[in-house]
Design a protein around this ligand. Structure first.
Ligand code: MGD
Ligand code: MGD
Ligand code: MO
Length: 767
């Protein structure tokens, strides 16, 4: 048997040997420290001139879409419409460092895997296509045609199209994503796992069943018309900083804000707008009027409590319920049957506090509910999000100004990717459209999602893994199993900008295909190209890069997909009708195809050239039309089903620090939480620490427990933190190793990254 050389490569970043520095968490977000951090990251990585050029073009008409998050742009944009963390994302892409063939020739993949994730990312932009041949220990440069040929030959050699997996990360443009799914489906498979499977899949599944669309129902302008904005399981100060400006403006217009979170996050305290001088110097604006400190995984119970109050006090909109919904009777029965004691024990908040807030809710005319990963990555996520939808339906808080549901997306185009066809379980109109426009017949089977892909690779039923962006190994749960899965493959291919761990734990043969980033000029043989993206509120708009590409060997994502498609066609295995050559050169042509296949894109090429872009249709938002099986909005009744944690164990959530973008680690500080110079920390309630006999920075081991399986991880530093008892928090992706691949949300199959049953033990061996 041949040896896979990456077999010895580390699947996770190495452990840290020195303890972090711990100070008091901050109560104010942004302000001068954010301006300082923006400049520091910009100047250090890009240099002065590029910093000014790039920061000036972000989120502007004819500029590029900030790769930081999917929060929409306001109609009147300020001189610098971005935030500290958006600036870090831009600086990171525009770095002067280069991971060129010299760099790759210095290190074996095993040696690289022994470096921390932080170091890997800092090596800079990948400049050339690279190949790791079977049996070799180092990557070497390869020309583009050679790389495409390897992929085409491997794909053509598969006995069944479902042996290939086409992963997508949500930074990919609409045009590249559309071509990517066309490539997969023309090859004959729906195997299109994506980062959304680990992210907002639970929101999509829940909302589709409840209101007939897997997206939110508010526009940005609704925030200033709202009386009450509830922010649930979200840390906007770090992950959606521009949302804080929206919340601040909504408050100035009279709204109240409630944050529901086990942690009091700095952004939800006070906020100093970094682009408003008076704000910077003053005390800033208070954002949350109320923090409800819910236990991890307690939201379903909490919202059940709100509904119980509203129904028993008849604070409901009977006319709306009658006209637009079904299932109310059943829901009110199940609500009535749920006891207050069960609600209190599941969410960790007492009845009086729930009723006090509910009475406030009863007096608020228009309510928006926003949420992110704190809600979507639990076993009961789908039913929790449906409970929140039920709560909104009770008072008709949907499809009218200032009210609605707002799942806040993460990656800047994750919503658009799904719209244009990145979906392992595609809608019929998409399949019909592909047949009509390209003569591509529907693939035989429903595809695999992210978790199923890991299982397919381990079992050998998938042999080729192709990745459009992202870092599958580090982003997925159960890092060791995911590594085993990738190592089982014949070929792994990563279309990337920067080095990451998925380049180091690979199949027998591995390719890295370096692509242009958002900020860069995309010039094809027929002229300058731009792409489009869809933000969290369904607005599609253009993104135009202006910077000189990091290397003249880079190709755009669209031309890479077309290159693979064309090479596959040459083997006789691809669909003959698709004109890959033209599609790879001409994004207008791709957009004209999107227009013909996906509803809502009429006059796409005209509308995407208008400043601000255009809204995709959204029936619940636009006209209280619910395209469900019942043609109504459905109250969906579920039993309360929070996870139960055994005596002596903890419920662990895995969260982001202020210095990371998902698996890309910019630095070792989490400024708002007062933790610096280290990421291998476990945040613990001080009373739990005392009970366990732990001191600050004590080194502990963490075993996770799931259905009899125990996974151990060593060397974590204990940090005392204001977190509910029996809850702990660690950073993603270091702790992904502890999340069992089998532990998923019911209905959406999303890894339960926010509720992992763990115990915490004194370390058996000191470093
Ligand atoms: N700078 C930066 N920006 C980003 C990203 C990044 O990594 N860095 N990632 C992008 C992506 S892809 C995404 S999806 C978003 C993620 O944005 P967030 O969802 O804000 O990210 P997380 O750090 O996972 O934060 C989850 C929040 O939920 C809380 N929480 C955890 N469990 C529960 C629970 O059971 N109930 C409640 N009510 N709260 C809970 C945590 O305390 C934390 O505040 O951000 C996007 N933007
Ligand atoms: N435990 C735990 N796990 C989680 C989460 C969690 O909260 N807890 N969150 C989950 C969520 S919400 C998400 S979205 C996933 C994220 O999963 P992914 O999207 O797979 O991961 P990223 O870290 O965003 O991907 C980073 C890599 O993308 C590449 N890249 C950057 N820009 C570009 C570009 O413009 N084009 C291309 N082709 N490549 C580019 C770079 O090489 C970089 O190393 O992780 C999930 N995993
Ligand atoms: Mo995400």
């Amino acid at each position: 048997m041949r040896i896979n050389v990456t077999r010895g490569a580390l699947p996770t970043t190495p452990v840290e040997n020195s303890p972090p520095k711990i100070t008091k968490p901050k109560t104010v977000a942004a302000g001068i420290p954010a301006v300082y951090s923006t400049l520091k990251h910009g100047l250090k990585k890009m240099g002065t001139i590029s910093s000014i050029r790039n920061f000036n073009r972000v989120n502007k008409f004819n500029g590029f879409d900030c790769p930081g998050c999917a929060w929409p742009d306001p109609a009147s944009r300020s001189i610098a419409e971005f935030c500290e963390n958006g600036a870090k994302a831009i600086a990171d892409e525009s770095t002067k460092n280069r991971a060129n063939p010299d760099f790759w020739s210095k290190w074996t993949v095993k040696e690289l895997s022994e470096k921390p994730d932080f170091w890997l990312n800092n090596q800079g932009r990948i400049t050339h296509p690279m190949v790791l041949h079977e049996g070799e220990e180092k990557y070497q440069a390869i020309d583009w045609n050679g790389a495409f040929q390897i992929i085409a030959d491997k794909l053509a050699g598969l006995s069944n199209p479902d042996q290939a997996l086409f992963y997508t990360s949500g930074r990919t443009s609409n045009e590249a994503a559309f071509l990517w799914q066309l490539l997969a489906r023309s090859f004959g498979t729906n195997n299109l796992p994506d980062c959304s499977n680990m992210c907002h899949e639970s929101s999509g599944v829940a909302l589709n069943q409840s209101i007939g669309i897997g997206k939110g129902t508010v526009k940005l302008e609704d925030f200033s018309k709202s009386d009450l904005i509830i922010v649930i399981g979200q840390n906007p100060g770090t992950n959606h900083p521009r949302m804080l400006s929206t919340l601040r403006d909504a408050k100035l217009a009279g709204a109240s804000v409630i944050s529901i979170n086990p942690l009091v996050e700095a952004g939800m305290g006070r906020f100093k707008h970094p682009q408003k001088p008076l704000d910077i110097l003053g005390r800033g604006s208070k954002i949350a009027d109320e923090h409800l400190i819910v236990d991890v995984n307690g939201d379903q119970a909490l919202f059940r409590g709100f509904s119980k109050y509203l129904i028993s006090n008849k604070s409901i909109d009977e006319k709306f319920i009658q006209e637009f919904t079904t299932g109310f009777e059943e829901y009110s029965t199940i609500v009535e049957e749920t006891s207050w004691s069960q609600i209190e024990s599941n969410c960790g908040i007492d009845k009086d506090s729930i009723c006090r807030v509910a009475s406030y809710i009863a007096n608020s005319k228009s309510i928006i509910c926003c949420w992110a990963m704190g809600l979507t990555q639990h076993k009961n996520s789908v039913s929790t999000i449906q409970e929140i939808t039920n709560f909104c339906l009770l008072r008709g808080n949907i499809g009218r100004p200032g009210a609605g549901l707002c799942p806040v997306r993460g990656h800047s185009n994750v919503q658009g990717d799904r719209t244009v066809g990145i979906n392992h379980d595609p809608p019929q109109y998409l399949l019909d459209g592909l047949l009509r426009e390209f003569g591509v017949p529907a693939p035989e089977n429903i595809g695999s999602d992210a978790v199923e892909s890991v299982i397919d690779m381990i079992s050998g039923s998938a042999k080729v893994f192709l990745s459009m962006g992202g870092n599958f190994l580090s982003a997925m749960s159960d890092s060791v199993k995911t590594a085993e899965a990738l190592k089982h493959c014949e070929l792994t291919v990563q279309i990337s900008t920067k080095p990451n761990r998925s380049h180091l734990v690979t199949g027998k043969t591995a390719l890295i295909l370096p692509c242009l980033g958002r900020t860069e000029i995309d010039e094809s043989e027929i002229g300058l190209q731009f792409v489009t993206v869809e933000n969290s509120m369904g607005v599609v708009h253009s993104s135009v890069g202006h910077a000189r590409p990091a290397s003249h060997h880079l190709m755009s994502e669209t031309s890479i997909v077309a290159g693979i498609g064309h090479a596959l066609q040459m083997t006789g295995r691809g669909n003959e009708e698709i004109d890959w050559k033209s599609l790879g050169q001409d994004n207008d042509l791709v957009r004209s195809k999107i227009e013909k296949v996906i509803p809502g894109f009429n006059d796409f090429n005209i509308k995407c050239r208008v400043d601000g872009g255009f809204y995709l249709p959204n029936p619940p938002r636009d006209g209280r039309v619910f395209e469900t099986e019942t043609n109504k909005a459905n109250f969906i009744s579920s039993k309360l089903n929070s996870i139960s944690i055994s005596e002596g164990r903890y419920c662990m959530m895995t969260i982001r620090s202020h210095d990371q973008y998902n698996t890309t680690i910019y630095g070792l500080d989490d400024r708002y939480r007062g933790i610096s110079k280290g990421r291998r920390v476990v945040l613990m309630n001080i009373q739990d620490m005392e009970e366990e006999g732990f001191h600050e920075s004590e080194i502990v081991d963490i075993p996770s427990h799931f259905n009899g399986r125990i996974i151990k991880s060593q060397s974590w530093f204990v940090v005392p933190y204001d977190i509910p008892r029996r809850n702990v928090a660690t950073y993603f992706p270091e702790s992904n190793v502890l999340i069992p691949i089998e532990s998923v949300a019911e209905g959406s199959n999303t890894p339960t990254s926010k509720s992992v049953e763990v115990s915490i033990a004194k370390s058996s061996e000191l470093p």
